[in-house]
Design a binder for this molecule. Structure first.
Ligand code: MG
Length: 365
């Protein structure tokens, strides 16, 4: 199975409601879709969302990295030469984790198709379904309560609430949500680097003393501040999950060695795809550190790849793959089935993506 051509397009999918975090606000998913074509007719699909505020990867940067470096590295090579392809992909350009993730995902898709096996089984997995939380954006407290109640009505029993914009207001927001939702609703929070270490400890312990029962906090402090993260982890009643601190497998290992966080969040767009994500899960298995699998604002192609990883690895105990359900429509054919909180992996070979609805993808090459 030889790689003959790489095509790129832009897929636009409107969101149900604007997505707001401490860092940004967006109203639609505008992702780069990558197709790797082969001489057998098999096509591998990958996807990369531009998340300049998080990864530094903009649409132009993703397209440039693929056209100028990745395509030149992959075209003409054999999919069966998988490990060498993965090593070459990692080496052909530094950083650019989203562009690399798109290529990695498309290559796993092809490799699974080559051997007629779904990717999660290729990784040894047996789990067929997982349950995701849903994100509640930062807004005025009453609007957040409305969004939370709407999510509970749709069947979600675990909410990931965005906080960290104005620290005094965060406790009011969480109190309002905790009072409104059923008592057994799990609430986890994501501060997206919004607090200083001392502020984080004060706010988090204040939340628990008020009985808000927060399951864990995601990235309370700046991503580069490993010492600050450790400070919070040691002093907060609320367990800490590292997100923006963990891009590469080396970052994850360092966090685990320092005991700077209780858990780590794997996102394919941060670590460069499934090949590197597997290294993080292996390190986490050794250290006994549970992982969450998350996504950016992504349509179904790349989130579907994360579903395969989650179904393969039991060390992934927290699922935050709500990208597709935040979208107003799903133009992707095949792949995992997303029914609100319940996600079921596809048993088709590779990643099971069959294509994109006619006319939806705006090809650029
Ligand atoms: Mg996060």
């Amino acid at each position: 199975m030889k790689i003959t051509e790489i095509r790129l397009g832009i897929l636009s999918v409107p969101l149900r409601v604007p997505f707001k975090t401490a860092l940004r606000s967006v109203s639609s998913v505008e992702d780069v879709i990558m197709e790797i074509h082969t001489d057998t007719g098999a096509v591998g699909y990958g996807e990369a969302p531009p998340t300049g505020a998080i990864t530094g990867d903009t649409t132009g940067a993703i397209i440039g990295a693929i056209q100028d470096h990745i395509a030149k590295t992959l075209v003409g090579r054999d999919v069966d030469d998988f490990e060498n392809l993965m090593l070459a992909l990692d080496k052909c350009v530094v950083k650019n984790s989203s562009a690399k993730a798109a290529a990695d995902i498309a290559l796993w898709d092809l490799y699974g198709q080559l051997y007629n096996i779904p990717v999660y089984k290729l990784m040894g997995g047996s789990r067929k379904s997982i349950t995701t939380n849903i994100t509640i954006s930062v807004n005025e407290p009453d609007e957040m309560v409305r969004d939370a109640l709407n999510a509970v009505e749709r069947g979600y029993d675990c909410l990931k609430v965005k906080v960290g914009k104005e620290s005094e207001k965060d406790i009011a927001r969480l109190s309002a949500i905790r009072e409104a939702v059923p008592r057994d609703t799990c609430i986890r929070i994501d501060a997206n680097q919004g607090w200083s270490p001392k502020e984080a400890v004060r706010i988090l312990n204040g939340m628990q003393e008020r009985g808000l029962d927060i399951e864990f906090v995601e990235q309370p402090v700046k991503g580069h501040d490993f010492e600050g993260l450790k400070y919070v982890t040691e002093r907060s009643y609320v367990p800490v999950l590292a997100d923006e601190s963990v891009f590469s497998p080396a970052d994850a290992l360092k966090i685990m060695q320092m005991r700077a966080a209780d858990m780590v969040n794997i996102k394919l767009m941060k670590c460069g795809g499934l090949y590197n994500a597997l290294k993080i899960t292996s390190a986490a298995e050794v250290y006994g550190v549970e992982c969450m699998i998350g996504c950016m604002l992504e349509a179904k192609i790349s989130v579907n790849a994360a579903v395969h990883l989650a179904c393969a690895k039991q060390i992934i105990t927290k699922i935050d793959l709500d990208g597709p359900v935040l979208c107003r429509e799903d133009p992707i054919l095949g792949g995992a089935v997303f029914e609100e909180k319940d996600i079921t992996v596809s048993d088709e070979p590779g990643l099971g993506i069959r294509g994109i609805e006619d006319g939806r993808l705006k090809y650029i090459c």
